[in-house]
Design a protein around this ligand. Structure first.
Ligand code: GAR
Length: 223
């Protein structure tokens, strides 16, 4: 299938805050030949910057405040129904800071991806930059992965690495990693849209040799 004849992948994005990764996806998707469209942005927190970014880009936004629900399950059923209304092919978590139950993850099996600020499986969870500095690693970075039920687990779609500098603190390291996130996430979404990363329930495969000047390290294991 040529890129001209292939239909764009329909993506929804789940956010909770600042939305700089959402912005990177929106900027990429604004190019006419980008193979994915962002059709919906859903936040679990009202009035966050991510929602402003989406509105500015003319993208439909929805807020499903988790605080309004008496259980995780009722919250997730509502957010899932909102997502279903956009019929997404793929859901991208971009700074979505709620842990999801197995019910939600299985509902969106092989359609739910996340960006995490470390080179998984190192440093799952929070405070990744502090922990990377404490551990003394010389390389740090970010990972886009398929979401499985264990927190920050699931097949790796792409990774970008950055050096740790001798004078880094958590803030300077976070900023360097964030710049890499802004390259990695749109690149992964592009490769998925082009069918070059293929996602199944239990694995993700790179369908082509991607050592073509792409500015991120992409799962060198699978290339
Ligand atoms: C990003 O660094 C993202 O990787 C991280 O939150 C930040 C959101 O920033 N996500 C997680 O820690 C998920 N476990 P953003 O709202 O500006 O994209």
């Amino acid at each position: 299938m040529t890129s001209a004849s292939r239909k764009k992948l329909r993506a929804a994005v789940m956010v909770s805050g600042r939305g700089s990764n959402l912005q990177a996806l929106l900027d990429a998707a604004s190019a006419p030949d980008y193979p994915a469209s962002i059709d919906l942005v859903v936040s679990n927190v009202p009035n966050v910057q991510a929602l402003e970014r989406a509105e500015k880009a003319g993208i439909r936004t929805e807020v499903v405040p988790h605080r309004d629900f008496d259980s995780r399950e009722t919250f997730e059923r509502e957010i899932s129904a909102v997502l279903e209304s956009a019929s997404p092919d793929l859901i991208c978590q971009a700074g979505f800071m709620r842990i999801l139950t197995p019910w939600f993850i299985e509902r969106w099996d092989a359609q739910l991806i996340n960006i995490h600020p470390s080179l998984l499986p190192a440093f799952p969870g929070l405070k990744t930059h502090e922990r990377a500095l404490e551990a003394g690693v010389r390389l740090h970075g970010c990972t886009v992965h398929l979401v499985h039920t264990e927190v920050d687990s699931g097949p790796i779609l792409g990774q970008a690495a950055v050096p740790v500098m001798p004078d880094d603190d958590a803030n300077s390291l976070a900023e360097r990693v964030l710049q890499a996130e802004h390259l990695l996430y749109p690149t992964c979404l592009k490769l998925i849209g082009e069918g070059k990363i293929q996602i199944g329930s239990d694995d993700a495969r790179l369908a082509a040799n991607l050592c073509d000047g792409t500015q991120v390290l992409l799962n060198p294991d699978a290339v």
